[in-house]
Every structure is written in structure tokens, then in C-alpha cells.
Ligand binder design. Structure first.
Ligand code: PLP
Length: 412
């Protein structure tokens, strides 16, 4: 444990997560797939049940008690989220369905209306599909060109020849904060500076960072920062787009409908103020309220404690896996998050994850929605174990034992 940061007592905290004490066919659940989605603590589930059972009205419209309470709780989450990521104002916090929708919002409402033929969109070889495909669609419709920042062999970004990539043609940089495959944490502040020095706008995909480490968007200085509720103990169906107010203000809306307008006449409409201009229709109220409970839960524990605990877990997992003959681990960045992708001898990741499942261990197998990185590594798939605050060192021991058993079983 670093400095004076008090340790996480995972054994105690696990009691907050109903799925960890549920009985599975194979015994207790060993959940090592938090990079895909996280388990939910009771307080998040309760907050959503309370909304539906006690004050389930719509927001921003009703002038009666339960609608006013729903609006207050919904807007309270906006304040909690703003403070959680260090945003200066709640106007810059837009609720979306998740990271994917947040990126698409920027792609449609900013990039499609701004980029021209010859402009360049700079992304990296380690992006998730949700930070590749929307830009490919933008490139197709605007004539802009996509360029990829390459990787070093240790899974870090190669920024040595940055002047070749950050040029006067670069209009948008979209970069993942922490890789969902390699665990690499990118030097985002440095990349923000490179982007701004080139006159480009920058979007950071924080889906894998915000749940695990404190993030201060004001300090980072990115124009857009996006993440998902379900990867940080919150429900599915809610995410966040943080945006630079000046840019958001100039952008056209993404979706049209109720709540995002100021006036509507037969022929035309005018837009509501930020952040409502980008929240058309009845929003995911219960999910936003659930996200508020998740943010409070994480804040009460403290992101510094969570990050310190995960650093220990990851170091232990790397050591455990490296002791297994024939394991290949992808990515060796000095600064990395709690996710490890690997292959075990000639055992296919799908077979391995099925065998691990027989021991109650849930890991992910496949390309992890990041096919370009698989191409770069010359493989088609990996097995991925990812950890969060509720995982224990004992679970990592069991993972190691189960992998050894699977390799022996498969002869491989
Ligand atoms: C780095 C990264 N970006 C984006 C996404 C997409 O998130 P969502 O499916 O919640 O929109 C994920 C999900 O796995 C991810 O890991």
C-alpha cells in the first residue's frame, strides 16, 4: 500500500455485491471481467428500485411532488458527476446511453458539421471499436482522412515522431485513456498539448480510466471526455459526455425532440441551453440516479485507495501468470491498469474461458472490440482477466490454478 492510503478490505466490501454471494452452479462466482461491465453494489440497485417504487415521475416537466423529486435526484447526479471528474460546471455534463453514444454525439454533432476533405482525424492503434467506427463513418461522409498513431512493442504509444502525426491538417484527435486490451495508460495530458498545439480538438475515451483512477478533466484540458456508467458500478444505459462549453455551445444538436428545444413553431425550432440541448426525449432517469449512487459509493471508498489496491492486484496477477509456462502476456507498459490480456500455449481463448467457467471463473475471450490491435499483435484473440475493487488475491491464485489445469487438459 502506498504512503498513508488506507487499505481496501475487499472481503468486507464484497458483501455489498449481491452477485458475489449468489450461488452459481460451479460454486462462488469469481468475476474477472470488470473491463466489460462491473458488478453492482446493493446501494445502486436500491437507488433505482427507490426511484421506481417511491417517486417514479418524469424529469424537468411535472409540477407535482414526485416529478420534482425525480428532477432533483437526476440533477443531483449531474452535480456529483461534475465534481467526481473535476468539471467546473454542470452545464458541461451531458447524460448519454454510454461511451459509444457519447462518441457518436461528437461525431455527428461536431465532426460531420466541421470536417472537410483533406482534414485529418488522428486516432491510435489501440482504440476500442467505438472510437474507430464513428470516425470511419465521419471520414466517409466528409472526405476527412483517418491516421493511426502507432504502438511500441511494449504496448505504449509511439510519440517519438509526433510531428509527423500532429500537423496543421489534424483537426481531431481521439484517444483512449486506458487500453481495454493492454491496460496501457496513455500520457493524455501530453497528447492534449500536442493536439492543441496543432490546433486540433481532442476527445478522450475514459471508459476504462474513470472507474479505476481519479480523473480531473479540467486539469487534463481535453475538449471532450467520455465514459460509461456500467463500467463503474452503475447501471447499463447511461454514460457521460463532458465537453468544452465553447465548443458545445457552437454545436448543433445530435437528436431532436422534447426537452432539447426552447421554442417550436410550425416551421422551425430553437434550442435549449446546455446541457439540455443534447438530451432529447425522456432520459434514462433511473439509470442516471443509479449512476449517482455508484459515484457516491466510489467516492466514499476513495479512488486513490481503489487505484492503490488495483495496482497490487495487477502486480500479483502478472507475477502469477508469468510463472505459468507458455503464457504470453500482451502489453508491458510501466503505467498500466488492472487488465491483463494473454494467451496460454496453443489453447484457444474461447476454449480456455469455457474451461475457466467450469471453475466459476468469468473472463473474456475474443478481440475485445479492438480488432486493429489484434492485427498489430498478429493474433486473432486473447483471454482477458480484469480486476476491480471487489477482487481478491485468492481469486488470482484460483485463476492461476485453473489456467494450469486447462493447459494440461488441452495438452497444450
Ligand atoms: C475503452 C472502451 N471504450 C469504449 C467502450 C464502449 O463502451 P459502451 O459499450 O459502454 O458504450 C468500451 C467498452 O468495452 C471500452 O472498453
Amino acid at each position: 500500500m502506498t504512503g498513508m492510503t488506507p487499505a481496501i478490505r475487499a472481503a468486507k466490501l464484497r458483501e455489498d455485491f449481491p452477485l458475489l454471494s449468489s450461488s452459481q452452479e460451479q460454486g462462488p462466482l469469481i468475476y474477472l471481467d470488470s473491463a466489460a461491465t462491473t458488478l453492482k453494489p446493493r446501494c445502486v440497485i436500491d437507488a433505482m428500485v427507490r426511484y421506481y417504487t417511491e417517486y417514479g415521475g418524469s424529469v424537468h416537466r411535472g409540477i407535482y411532488r414526485i416529478a420534482e423529486q425525480a428532477t432533483a435526484e437526476y440533477e443531483n447526479t449531474r452535480r456529483e458527476v461534475a465534481s467526481f471528474i473535476g468539471a467546473e460546471t454542470t452545464d458541461s455534463i451531458i447524460f448519454t446511453k454510454g461511451t459509444t453514444e457519447s462518441i457518436n454525439l461528437v461525431a455527428y454533432a461536431w465532426a460531420r458539421n466541421t470536417l472537410k476533405p483533406g482534414d485529418e482525424i488522428l486516432i491510435t492503434e489501440m482504440e476500442h471499436h467505438s472510437n474507430i467506427v464513428p470516425w470511419q463513418m465521419v471520414a466517409k461522409s466528409t472526405g476527412a482522412l483517418i491516421r493511426y498513431l502507432p504502438l511500441n512493442s511494449d504496448g505504449t504509444l509511439d510519440l517519438n515522431r509526433s510531428e509527423q502525426y500532429f500537423t496543421p491538417h489534424t483537426k481531431l484527435v481521439a484517444v483512449i485513456h486506458q487500453s481495454n486490451v493492454l491496460g496501457t495508460v496513455n500520457p493524455v495530458k501530453e497528447i492534449v498539448k500536442l493536439a492543441h498545439d496543432a490546433g486540433a480538438v481532442i476527445l478522450v475515451d475514459g471508459a476504462q480510466r474513470v472507474p479505476h483512477h481519479s480523473v480531473n478533466v479540467t486539469d487534463l484540458g481535453a475538449d471532450f471526455y467520455v465514459f460509461s456508467g456500467h463500467k463503474m458500478l452503475g447501471p447499463t444505459g447511461v454514460g457521460v459526455l463532458y465537453g468544452n462549453l465553447e465548443i458545445l455551445d457552437k454545436m448543433e444538436p445530435f437528436h431532436g425532440g422534447g426537452d432539447m428545444i426552447r421554442t417550436v413553431s410550425m416551421n422551425a425550432s430553437t434550442w435549449n441551453a446546455l446541457p439540455y440541448k443534447f438530451e432529447a426525449g425522456t432520459p434514462p432517469i433511473a439509470q442516471v440516479i443509479g449512476l449517482g449512487a455508484a459515484v457516491k459509493y466510489l467516492s466514499d471508498i476513495g479512488l486513490d485507495r481503489i487505484a492503490a489496491y488495483e495496482t497490487q492486484l495487477t502486480a500479483y496477477a502478472l507475477k502469477t501468470l508469468r510463472e505459468i509456462p507458455d503464457i504470453e502476456i500482451y502489453g508491458d507498459a510501466r503505467e498500466r491498469g488492472a487488465v491483463i490480456s494473454f494467451n496460454a500455449g496453443s489453447v484457444h481463448p474461447h476454449d480456455l474461458s469455457q474451461l475457466l467457467d467450469q471453475d466459476g471463473i468469468a473472463v473474456r475471450a475474443g478481440h475485445h472490440c479492438a480488432q486493429p490491435i489484434m492485427t498489430r499483435l498478429g493474433i486473432s484473440a486473447t483471454t482477458r482477466a480484469s480486476f476491480y475493487l471487489y477482487n481478491t488475491f485468492e481469486e488470482i491464485d484460483l485463476l492461476g490454478e485453473s489456467i494450469r489445469k486447462a493447459i494440461t487438459f488441452m495438452g497444450g
